[in-house]
Design a protein. Structure first.
Length: 278
């Protein structure tokens, strides 16, 4: 398929577009879709370390099409080249730079998992750009749950065991009902999508393990919805409760019987977010 034909198909799906922007000495992939007057910025989780948003515009536009009427939605990856010691706070600074370059002065922000960690610092350090904030299955400080998960993924990444990371992530994210649908296809994992280099993922994984905004999240003034899941085996359900307790006036939505992948599994997830942002 020629580039022009690909772009035309993307536009058919809720004006979906793939983009790239220069940030400092490297670049950042992003996608956008929808043509609403309001702006929504979505920040994905650690999986972005394995594959950026590049080429994902149509998929995201379909998955989150309910946002497309009222919003122009942007999904930002991390920078393509990361330095050792790069933190979630650094990621928030770079996101702010990207928003500024695209003329986004203020937006509703939805951060998922590590994306939620970045969103916390965006709201703390750059409150003027955050309208409303939604923090999904994320944490403000370390706990035994995440400390028992990330080191395993780091070890797998050092061995370039892409399939192992993907299978372990799935097993820890989804309900048994969803896993029964996925497990027959595990044999395919590792055959497609494997990154050439795991260094970017490793730097981002270490940033997850060092994230600690607990003493500062009380500074967040944006109206905030915290969404968690009681069976979250990656960051732990209590992490969401902690965040809600620390942010004055925030609302907490805890899903029962769901895990870290609640944003994919819960049928009402998109509607819950939309209703809060309205």
């Amino acid at each position: 398929m020629k580039k022009g034909e690909s772009e035309e198909i993307c536009l058919m799906f809720y004006h979906a577009k793939n983009g790239n922007i220069r940030i400092d000495n490297t670049d950042m992939d992003y996608i956008s879709f929808g043509n609403g007057k309001k702006i929504l910025v979505m920040i994905p989780g650690l999986g972005d370390g394995l594959k950026t948003a590049k080429g994902m515009a149509i998929l995201f536009a379909i998955l989150y099409r309910s946002f497309a009427r009222d919003y122009t939605v942007y999904v930002f990856s991390r920078k393509n080249r990361l330095d050792e010691g790069y933190t979630t706070r650094d990621m928030a600074k770079d996101l702010h730079k990207a928003m500024s370059k695209l003329g986004i002065e203020r937006a509703d922000i939805v951060g998922v998992s590590q994306g939620g960690m970045i969103a916390q610092y965006l709201a703390i350090d750059f409150p003027e750009v955050v309208n409303k904030l939604v923090l999904v299955v994320t944490l403000a400080r370390q706990n035994d749950v995440i400390q028992g998960v990330i080191p395993t993924w780091i070890e797998m990444a050092h061995k370039e065991d892409y399939k192992g990371i993907m299978v372990d992530t799935a097993e820890k994210s989804y309900t048994e009902k969803r896993l029964k649908q996925y497990r027959p296809f595990y044999f395919m994992l590792g055959k497609v999508g494997k990154p050439k280099d795991f260094s970017r993922f490793l730097i981002m994984a270490k940033a997850c393990m060092e994230h600690d905004s607990y003493d500062e999240i009380g500074k967040i003034t944006a109206p905030t919805l915290v969404i968690g899941a009681d069976c979250d085996n990656i960051v732990g359900g209590k992490a969401s409760e902690e965040i809600a307790e620390r942010i004055n006036g925030s609302e907490l939505k805890m899903y029962q019987g769901f895990g870290h992948g609640v944003y994919e599994e819960a049928k009402d997830f998109n509607q819950v977010v939309l209703e809060y942002l309205a």
